[in-house]
Structure formats: C-alpha cells, structure tokens
Design a binder for this molecule. Sequence first.
Ligand code: B1N
Length: 831
Amino acid sequence: RRLGPASTATHPLATAPVGSPSHNVDGFVREFLHELNTNQGVTLSASSLNDQYLALASTVKNYLMARWLETGLKTRAAKVKTVGYLSAEYLLGRQLDNALLASDLADIAEKGLELCGIDLADLRVQEVEPGLGNGGLGRLAACFIDSLATMDVPSIGYGIRYEYGIFRQTFVDGRQVEQPDTWLALGAPWEFPHPESAVQVHFGGHTERYADDGGQERTRWVPSWNVLAVPYNYMVPGYLNGRVNTLRLWSAQATKAFDLQIFNSGDYAQAVRAQTFAENISKVLYPEDSTPQGKELRLQQQYFFVAASLRDFIDHELEPGFDLHRLPERITFQLNDTHPVIAVPELMRILIDEHGFDWDEAWEVTRQCFDYTCHTLLPEALEVWPTELLGRLLPRHLEIIFQINDQFLSLVRQTYPGDEMLARRMSMISEHPERGVRMAFLATVAASRVNGVAELHSQLLRDKVLPDFSSLWPEKFTNVTNGVTPRRFVRLSNPLLSELITDTIGAGWLTDLERLKELEPYADDPQFRERFAAVKAANKHRLTDLLRARDGIDLPDGHLLDVMVKRLHEYKRQSLKLLHIVSLYEQVISGKISAADLTPRTVVFGAKAAPGYRMAKDTIHLINKVAAKVNAAPELEERLKIAFPANYNVTLAETLIPAADLSEQISLAGMEASGTGNMKFALNGALTIGTDDGANVEIRRLVGDKHFFLFGMDEPAVSALGAKGYNPGSCYEANPQLKATLDLILSGHFSDGDRHLFDSVVYNLLNQDRFMALADFQAYVDTQAKVEERYADQEAWTRSTILNVARTGYFSSDRSMRDYLQRIWHTSPML
Ligand code: B1N
C-alpha cells in the first residue's frame, strides 16, 4: 500500500491547487449544473430535490476546495503549533448555510439557483443535520472549531464519525420513543473519506518484557485484535478569511488481518460477524448527557478515536523524521472532558515502547502536550473505568496508568510527608465500589492546564471537585468561560437582527462581537426600539410557520414566548418550570384568579431524555400530559399554552431561539457547569430568568441586575441547606399554593384519573428532591410575576432586550478561543 504523495509530475499546475470556479452567478450556475450532471448523473429537468441539494453541496465545496488545500500547504510549511481538539462529540448542525456564508456565496447561489428554477430554501431543508453530539459539550466543540478557523489558528478537530448520531425523538401518547438517526441515508456530501490514510488501532492481548539490542529491558504490547480507523475529513471554513481547517472523524472498519484469520479457519459466517463486531465501534453515539454509563463499547470508542488521532498527527501531519522530543512545539491536545483521556497513556506508550524514550523524557513531553477541560460538577458524571475492563482491553495502558499514579503519589508523599489519607484521596485508583481509574484525576495530573467552563464552575472545580490538586498545583488551574459562534447563532439564525445591527453600527461585529456595545445608546431611541421589536415579531412568525409545518403546532399570536430548551435532566429542573405552569392553571380552574389576570404566555419545551433515564422520561410524559390538559382548558381563555415540539436539535434551535422573549436557565445553583443556550438567548434579545449558576452569573453581571431576572438560592445557600438537611416535605406543607399544585397532579387530573401515573416524579420531589426544586418554587413564581410586570411595559422590555444584546458580545466563542490561546495553548493565529 502506497501512502503519501504518489505523483512525480512536473507540470506547473500539479503542485498548487487549481483555481476556484468564478465567484459570480454565471460561474456558479455552470459549476452547479456540472455537478448535477457529473456527480448526480442527472439533467436539471430530471433531478430530484435531493439531487439538487447534493449538487449544491458539491458546488460549494468546490469553491472552498482551493482554500482548504492552500491552508494545508501553508500550515505544513510554516511548521507552527497546531491545536488538536480531541472530542468524542461534535454537534455540528446543518452545513450548507454555514459554508455559503463562509465562502460569501449565499447571494450568488440564491440568484443562480433561481435561474435554474430552484428555491434555495427548498434545498436547505433537505439537509439532515449531523447530530454527532448530545448537547452543550458537543455543540461547544463545533463552535470552537468555527472560531479557530475564523481566527486563523491552525487546528484539527478529531472525533468519531458515528453512523447513528443522537436519536430522533418522537412522542407516542406523550411518551418519548427513540428512532435511529439515519443521517447518512441520503448521502453525505460534506465528508471526504480517505481509506488510503486509514490507521490501525489495537486492543486486548497482553504485555511482555524483552531485552532490546543494547540489553535494555523494555516492554511490548502484544494485542489480540485490531480495527481499521478510516478518516473522514470535513471542511471547517473560517468566516470570509480564506482559511479552511479540518475536522477529522474516524470510522471503524474490520482489518484484513482480522477477518482473514477467521476466513482461513473456514467459518464464513463467523468472519462476517467479526466484521460487524469491529464496525460496531463507530456505530452509535451514546445518548447520555452528563451521566456516562461505564460501557465497554464506550471505552473502545474512546481509545479508538484517540489512538487513531495521535497516530495520524505523528505519522501524517508531522514531517518524516521529526524529533518527537520537540512534539510540544507542534501540537497541543485539548481534552474535551475525560472522554479522550486515554490519549495520555497512549502517547506515553508510543514514546516509550515505539520510540525508545525513557520514562522521564516521555512524561516531560506528554505533560506538555495535553490540557484538560472539565465540563461538570455532578459526581456521577466523573468517569471511572474499572481496572478489570481497562486491563482487559488495554493492558499496556493500565500498566502505564499505574506507573503514572505511583510516581505521582511519591510526589504527594514527598510534599506532604505522613499524610497517607491525602495520598489515598488523590490516588488515580479508587477502590470502591470496585477498583477503577478516576479519569479526571489522571487528566489533572497529566495536563499542563486544567480549566472549568465558567467562572463559578472553575471556582467550584478548584474548591470542591479537585481541592487537593488545586492546593498542590494552584497555577495549573484556570477558567475559560464558554462562548458560542455568532456566525451560526446570530448571523445565520437571525438574519433580520443581523441586518438591523449592521445597519446601525456597521459591519465588523460578526468577528468582533464586543462591538455590539455600540448598540447601547440605541436602547433609548424609540425608533430603534420599534425596529428591534419588529424583528422579534417577525422571528415569532417564522417560528409559528415552522412549528405548524413541522409539528402541526399552532402558536397563538401576541403571547410572551417563554422557552426552556436543553437536555432533560433533574438538575436542570424542567420540573420546576412545570410546577409554575400547573400552579397558574390550578389557580384559574379553582377560581383563585381569573384568566384575565394571566399574562398571555406560551411555554415552549424542547428536550431529549437519555433512553435509560427513567425520571427524565417520566418528566417528558408529564409535560406532555399537562400540555394536553392546559391547551384544551376553556377556563384559560387561550392565555396559557404549552408547546413541546419533538426532537429538539440544532436546526430547531436556530429558529426557536431568535423568537424567544424569555430564556429559562433555572438549574440548581452549583450544578450547571456553564450553559451555552443561555448565551444564545441573550444575544438574540431574550431576557433571562435564571439562578446564580454557571455562566448565568457572568451574563447577569454584564447585562446588569435590572435586565436579568435572578431568583433562588445561590450555591453557598444550597450547600448550607444540604448540610443542614433538606426536607422537601416541609416546603410542601408550608406553602399552600405549592401543595395545591402537587395535589392536582397527584389527583390524576392530568392522567385521566390515574392517581399513580406520575408517582415517580411527584414522590421524588416530595421525598427526595435532590435538586431542591421545591425550595426554590416560591422565589421562582414570584420572579415570574416580575417578568410579567416588565413585559406589560413593552418599551421597558424592549429596552432591556436591546441592552442584553449590546452587553453580551463577551460570549462569542472567538473570545473563548482567545482566552485558550493566551492562558492555555500559548500559541497565536497564523496571519
Ligand atoms: O457541557 C457544556 C456546559 O455548558 C454544560 O453546562 C455542561 O452540562 C455540558 C458526558 C457530558 N458536561 N458534561 C457533559 C456530555 C456527554 C457525556 O457523555 C458528559 N456535557 C456537559 C459545555 O461546556
């Protein structure tokens, strides 16, 4: 097999990329029809919408191709440091619009297609988004690679090309039912498979000692099976800057050696089964957000993509003969949570076993190559791999981990003599409930820098999750507050607002989002307010049209649009939002208040539950049952509605968020590491009702207390209540309205008289309520009343929303990337 360049051509066109198609309507039409004919094999008149979409995607890729090739040439030649972002998830969203925007082709494509009798909007909706992530963590990775490309930073995103992404959610009688996400079924025009660059990944077997030529004792790993990792490259175009970085996602394939062995044994059926076994590794994304299950296949996935990525970078990105002692000059691997942490022993193994480094040399290089981002505080979200499993799958890696741990614990004992309790606490190996490797500890020891994802989170990470480590190495810990890309989440998702902004403060804000500050004076300009409010109204109509077509949902006109979209998790407290709704409803039907007292409000939920998470699924069921009842209640006079469109994803978010008036960010303080939806809403002119949690803290500080609806306990109060002993039953007994609300659910009112259907949800709240929803109930309801008061004064409301937009430019992922460059990666853009 021949790897690498295979041409000795001398023609001048052979060494540089050939030019792009002409950047005008004629050039576009010619290229588009060419793609339709040669790629799809159809004429325009015979083409289906899918043909046209695929041809359009190819056309746009052709425009970006020269820049992609040039980026590669330029970066290799410059031999600068690359950021290797290692993430098990990338929640990309649709590619077409972003590629059109980045290549400045949107207008040309629209006109060109029109000449072909095609509406661009009809092609856009053909695309099935690649949902290769669960939620915030995967979407963050997608925002970060967008910003790195836009800021001209050489980087490669490494991940897994799941054949099935996050499941498609449907509701059957109000219950969540999962369907497979067949995103590849109609063609995958954005990817470039490179089977010739596949690398092998090994598993299993045992290790052996042997003496090398110089008589040195060395170790080798003798694995028992392997798979092929095939790279699929995706373009990551910077915004109008000519840079196109690469996202490289790995797909698992059976190796020849793997099945030959079995074929030779004569068992054809077994050989084919073996193939399936290998290919299972990249088959499906685990649909757990924040609560990973310790499944063997998941560990296989983690090692699979990480081993392939290190091999790829070392063998294919670096020039042949590169001295790996200098590896940190050329790469900095960012570990997106602990999912890729097995990369640490893998690099040690490569350096020691394959390149003859001694331990200390290898550790010095490895330490400098990794940084670690933690995304959680939930104890159950911290990955611990049983040593039995790790040792069976990756025996050499387990040995290396033990040795890293031994060396680390000697340092601890040296630094704190006699404190054996401390050494035990800090050990990477936990002994209960079974022996396991604490991946967050391994990451913290190995990484040059460890960061949390919002100020509060980074503080709690230091103080509560890794306190011993932060005492030992205070300078290792830092914060980088998350951000979101304004290209996708303002420019593409909110074209009307973007136009208004550009009209008012000029262009330039899209790559320098702090310039939104210049909008501040316009908050006091009644004419600007009117235009701003008109944008919001138009976005609501756009949402209304979409939900009617997509879900058959009818949104009423003129309602306060109250939106809670995020994964379903107890700590996020969708149940608290639900209690608020039921409380309003209960007060009307029991005659405590009249419908006329209600501010017309539509609550929109969007949330997927992990398929194995019972409480989350029951909560979805309850929301849908309450929605059915509330939406049909004549007593409410159409003043309270609930919409719960199924299958919330990036594509829906792009229409939903710009239409929202109120953003619900109501997690129990100290639980949401950052949140990024909160930023998207503020940037699109919604006001936030939220707790003092995650990035809410920073949003509130920036927009000002008057323009943010804060409620509930803060983290110290939560801790104190937990320490004192929290009794949700006493909240219920002490608060008649809360009692009436829960009693109504318990009465079977929402479950056709079945008094026990929602026992799991309600009794959990009454008896346990780990996330203290009942404790925050009254504060929440009171603060919702303040929201309504402000909303009644539309001028004041709009003024606040404008100030939210003007003051949240900080939350651009460009700023996050700048912070990583300065505080963590110590590298700079390549200009
Ligand atoms: O990461 C986001 C944060 O904004 C959110 O607050 C945080 O909840 C989210 C295991 C996770 N933390 N942990 C995960 C996802 C998948 C999985 O298998 C854990 N996701 C977050 C970005 O920083």
